[in-house]
Design a protein around this ligand. Sequence first.
Ligand code: PHE
Length: 330
Amino acid sequence: MNLEHLKPEINAGIAALGSLRDLIEYRNSLVGKKGTLTEMLKNVASLSPEEKKTFGKSLNELRTDVENQLTIKEKEIRENELKTAENRFIDMTVPAQWQSRTQHPIKIVQSDIIDIVTRMGFSLWRAPTISTEFQNFDALNIPSWHPARDMQDTFWLTDGRVLSTQTSCLQNHLIKTEPKPLRAMVLGSVYRNEKIDATHDIMFEQVEWIVVDKNINIGHLKWTITTILTELFGYTPKFRMRPGYFPFVEPGIEVDLWWERDGKGRWLEFMGSGLIHPNVLRQADVDPEEYSGFAFGFGLTRLAMIRYGINDIRLFHENKIEFLEQFAVG
Ligand code: PHE
């Protein structure tokens, strides 16, 4: 086996890299867990001793060469980015001019939602960054042995607490301590141990509604979802409700939005919802014979992506002025 033919291709690949993100992706595609060179290395074991020696050696040389080139390239890209930032010279002595104000897209959808639900009489809450295992899981009918724990790849702290994986982590506290009828909305940043790509990030913004009162049924849930979606989009978007599994609601319902772009449409999974599980009420010292409730929640990040046609979740945290400048709010 010969590796010589790979070199020009790789060199050209590296020379063409223009951003840190491309660089990381390219590095992964070569020497990451499933990278081309990594896969080749795995195959070395099956070669004859003689081949192992020569092929193994040139593969290692190639790997080292690639790593070195990538390090140099990374430095070059970082320096370029710094230069571009420095060149954005601001003359502080020029008299102030009116400038259009921009806001982060997440902030815009968040303000819209806050505006809508405060008019509907909901109280506003913020989910904690760090939750106890009880708040985030056990109180939500997800004991440690429950397979549903695996649905959310969790960042555990050394003291046994977790970075909140869902805004539902505030349910127990609210149901237990707030007077009934309860109508609350919870905003929060939630954390999951994801491999970052265009549609996954380790942190995203969620929002959740909780209602506990007497005689609450699915009709109330559907009405509230319809009202909020209509207010958010300015028209009633086409959506469907289908069975979905979340241990803290029964029945559990998944809501999909109909999403059309360039003449093509498809269903997008959009929110989780359902009637609050009797166990969750009991855990919060509320008698399920007397009270019932519903909850639903979705990613604000997802909403902003749909609303503005943003196709890469990483853009939200990269702090690129070119991206942020597009969101004028007046
Ligand atoms: N917490 C769920 C999630 O993060 C969403 C959900 C909220 C489901 C409320 C049901 C009720 O996936």
